[in-house]
Write a protein that binds this ligand. Structure first.
Ligand code: SF4
Length: 121
């Protein structure tokens, strides 16, 4: 038996999950989304997350990027490792794809902030 809080809406139902073989029973959910959340968490948990990527020639040295859609948790460490090695050039615009299909996850790394070019005198 496992317990978790559904995070699909602010109500935060307390879910109880019982797994017997392939069968997953969920109780405590106030709507069908709670069951869907619990089953996904038990079988193929996904997350969205953001990370910083270094920028060359920018008015800031880094930009925040985010995965374009939830990715399986097993990809997170590899994506973070790749992001730490990246050095992209300014300017960077919001929504710019920094890495397509990062680590084969099916998600892109997308800039969520803009970085202008470094001012020169
Ligand atoms: S089970 Fe439904 S009502 Fe309860 S927190 Fe999840 S989404 Fe909200």
């Amino acid at each position: 038996m496992k317990e978790m809080v559904c995070i699909r809406c602010p109500i935060g139902c307390r879910l109880t999950i019982r797994r017997e073989g392939e069968e997953i029973q969920v109780s405590g959910n106030g709507c069908p989304r709670g069951r869907e959340y619990a089953v996904t968490e038990m079988t193929r948990p996904v997350r969205t997350f953001s990370v910083a990527v270094r920028v060359a020639g920018g008015d800031r040295g880094a930009v925040a990027v985010r995965v374009s859609k939830p990715v399986e948790k097993r990809y997170i460490q590899d994506i973070a490792r790749i992001a730490r090695t990246l050095l992209i050039s300014a300017p960077v615009s919001v929504g710019q794809i920094v890495v397509k299909n990062v680590c084969g996850s099916g998600a892109d790394l997308v800039a969520i902030a803009a970085v202008g070019c470094e001012k020169t005198l």
